[in-house]
Design a protein around this ligand. Sequence first.
Ligand code: NAD
Ligand code: FE2
Length: 375
Amino acid sequence: MNFTFDTVANLIFETGAANRLGDIIKNRMQRPCIVTDKGVIGAGLIGDALASLKKAGLDYFLFDGVEADPPAKVVRNAVTAAKDHGSDGVIGFGGGSSMDTAKVIAVLLNSAQSLDEIYGTNMVRGDRAPLVLLPTTAGTGSEVTNISIITSDDDLKMGIVAPQLYADVAILDAALTLSMPRHVTSATGIDAMVHAIEAFTNKLYKNPISDALATKALALLSRNIQHACDEPGDTKAREAMLLGALLAGQAFSNSPCAAVHAMAYPLGVHFHVPHGLANSLMLAPVLRHNMPVAERLYAELGPVIGTAQNANAFLEKMLSICAATGVTNRLSDVGVSHNVLPKLAEDAIKVERLMKCNPREVTYDDALRLYTEVL
Ligand SMILES: NC(=O)c1ccc[n+]([C@@H]2O[C@H](COP(=O)([O-])OP(=O)(O)OC[C@H]3O[C@@H](n4cnc5c(N)ncnc54)[C@H](O)[C@@H]3O)[C@@H](O)[C@H]2O)c1
Ligand SMILES: [Fe+2]
């Protein structure tokens, strides 16, 4: 059995830690660029962290222009703004979109490479600027992955995968996640569960450490997602979700996602379906497609989420967990119509980085059939 496993070296899991951000980072950077979006600002999450930066004497620059599924154009603007400020480090503060943007800024800040040159696996050359990440969703796990997902100029969700994308420090403060509205809690929580499932069933990179992390993650997430939706102010449930998302992130960073994600991506690009909701929509058809080859592994996950050791019981329980959070299971509810399915299928099979990891091959015809199943 051969495998490698990498993760972020320094994790701080502490509710309230964002209030002492300045102290935590002051030996790493003096002029941080802090990267976020308007939703995070509007939720009032960043004020105390900014005050702590000021108190620590750090001359920060706030970039709050991140957009969901970050478009390349926005990322380039952010890099230029950080260079203009003379930033010497980057702090990602927000959901996956903000953290993914921060990662790319850190890589390009002192680099001669352009964004287009770093798409793909191991295309980044040289060192990056210091990088600290604080998730406010639970979540993408981006705080501990070597991945950034950017929407390219020709409307494809492109992965940038490189060891330089592992942050120096990830700060996990559950207080930052209390303000997530129900639809964000459910979508991001389901995203994290899909990370765990796809890591556990990866055809090429499945490994015992990712397996242990994925099963622990799935247990935490499945037991707490409903409660986090119903009682958004419950810090214990929020901590469990944040921990689950973190562990799932460590798992899939080393045993990547597969067809659920590949088929979710075009829904984000063409219909602006939030990433987690898109995964939720594609979960059932892809799991059913994989069943003939992944039945034993899905069965193993049954008891992890509190049902029988049986693949169908696992699938049914997953669907009932998703449904109970209030998400739809129909593409037509998010604006998708029959005539666009060929374009979605075409784009999905282009995501070879993920498709090759799926337990069972997904052809163009399969992809078209799977989208049609949930129209
Ligand atoms: N790099 C990775 O490893 C990785 C993994 C999975 C997904 N992703 C990417 O991450 C992105 C999705 O990230 P996401 O699901 O975290 O969503 P997001 O970052 O796009 O945020 C979704 C919305 O929630 C708001 N929000 C975030 N935190 C909040 C809070 N605490 N309170 C209130 N509102 C809050 C944001 O303002 C935004 O409007 C996608 O682009 C996806 O492809 C990356
Ligand atoms: Fe995801």
